[in-house]
Design a protein. Sequence first.
Length: 170
Amino acid sequence: MFKSAQVILASDPHQIPDVLHAWLYARGSLTAQLKQLSNGQFHVLPIKEKFERPQRQYNQWLNTPLHHTAWVREALLYGAEKTPWVKATSIFPVMSVQKQARIFKSLGCKPIGWFLFQRTQPTCKRRILKLDDGWTRQSCYTWHGCQFIVQETFLASFEQYLYQKQQKGL
């Protein structure tokens, strides 16, 4: 659970597929929720981990100068299938990785949720968007005084998996 959550909806909520609605608005660890859905089958495949300048929209949301860099991590999240379910992008401003959030720089194949929700309740502001890759939730967390963004895009393979489960009545 978050201490507080503010949702900014960029798209009409009636456009969101029924099977994804609960996932886009869920609170807590997506890692734990995906593990539960897939009976413990879950892994993370990092695609990119490096310092770079975030896009302007992320700097504005984090209220950081445009010239500042951030630690950016992109990863694919897998559940019970061989195709990825979620594309996750995390943006940690350089000021955050110099503080408590420095642990997120060396995650490797570990999920961010494992550290983020371990004995803590971060505050969260959230936006729900429809991007080219799929329905996305962008969360701006404040955790131990550090602010960062975690963007989770639910891929078409995940949506298909949910529909198949729904049809089977599971």
